[in-house]
Ligand binder design. Structure first.
Ligand SMILES: [Zn+2]
Length: 304
């Protein structure tokens, strides 16, 4: 069934277009219909009403939802968890232990997000706290989905010190959070998601981990399902290395952020394809062309 907010993308697997702030193809959540429904990503607090409409469209009973697995606590992924849980009386949140304190007490997360994201944080919305007893902190492990299927947790730090990926065994696909970049379905292109503090070496090792699991598909939170998963992960490694090399050269030669950014856009084939789109996009022009470039610059300055 193809609905306003939801789309079937695999066996027992659906995506929900969150249309946060009216932006299409920006952020999505996923629903795995095992014995009990499991969600991956709450998305931001401002689009929880859209997520709830999606669940209704998928005939998911709110009291049946067992887990909300968040890849990390950035506002666009886990920021809405507290708000969402008010509507899901029996659900628990799966999160990396380093992210847990910020879910339970988002007081520091909000001002730091405002500082990094600027006006984008207002589009995402302020996070509400998640009750401590409803959080399951994990770095590795599996959760039973019923019907012989499971959801595996894979620690994939780099984008953040607390990024998790999840693999579902109904189809063999992986939810990488932001560990595998941002997928632009309009162009079938992946671009880096590397705001500061970005950890390049950790990000590359995490990609090796995901490649070794031989995923059949990637379910990007930004945005949607992509095939050729292994090839994409390998390409993303090369892309990160290219950006890192340019940032390192730029830092060594005292280039401005704009000069480094322009060189990246010229030298990265994927970026060249989407440059006009990204430059004119209200959110991506801020997050990709500013924050993600800055992530590499800070990384280069620290000699990481
Ligand atoms: Zn994100």
């Amino acid at each position: 069934m193809l609905g306003l907010y939801t789309k079937e993308i695999g066996k027992n697997l659906f995506m929900v277009e969150l249309e946060t702030g009216g932006f299409k193809n920006l952020i999505c959540s996923y629903v795995i219909k095992g014995k009990k429904p499991v969600l991956v990503e709450s998305g931001p607090s401002n689009s929880i009403p859209n997520l709830l409409s999606g669940l209704k469209e998928l005939d998911v009973k709110l009291e049946d939802v067992e887990y909300v697995a968040v890849t990390h606590i950035h506002l666009d992924h886990g920021g809405g968890a507290g708000t969402l849980l008010k509507s899901l009386p029996n659900a628990k949140v799966i999160v990396h232990p380093r992210g847990m304190p910020h879910l339970v007490d988002p007081q520091r997360l909000w001002p730091s997000s405002q500082k990094v994201l600027g006006f984008v944080s207002e589009i995402f919305g302020k996070p509400e706290p998640v009750p401590k007893e409803r959080v399951i902190p994990v770095t590795e492990g599996t959760f039973d989905l019923g019907y012989g299927a499971k959801l595996s947790v894979i620690e994939t730090v780099g984008h953040a010190s607390h990024n998790l990926s999840f693999k579902e065994s109904f189809n063999g696909g992986i939810f990488p959070g932001d560990a595998a970049g941002t997928y632009l379905p309009e162009f079938d292109v992946v671009i880096p998601t590397t705001p500061p503090p970005f950890y390049l070496d950790a990000a590359l090792s995490s990609l090796d981990k995901l490649i070794s699991l031989e995923p059949t598909a990637l379910y990007f939170s930004h945005f949607g399902k992509a095939n050729n998963a292994i090839e994409r992960l390998k390409d993303y490694k090369l892309q990160l290395q290219l950006w890192a090399d340019i940032a390192e050269e730029g830092v060594g030669k005292n280039w401005s952020l704009e000069q480094i950014r322009d060189k990246i856009v010229t030298e990265d084939t994927a970026m060249r394809l989407v440059a006009d789109f990204v430059k004119s996009h209200r959110i991506y022009s801020k997050t990709v062309l500013e924050n993600c470039v800055r992530g590499f610059i800070e990384c280069a300055k620290q000699g990481s």
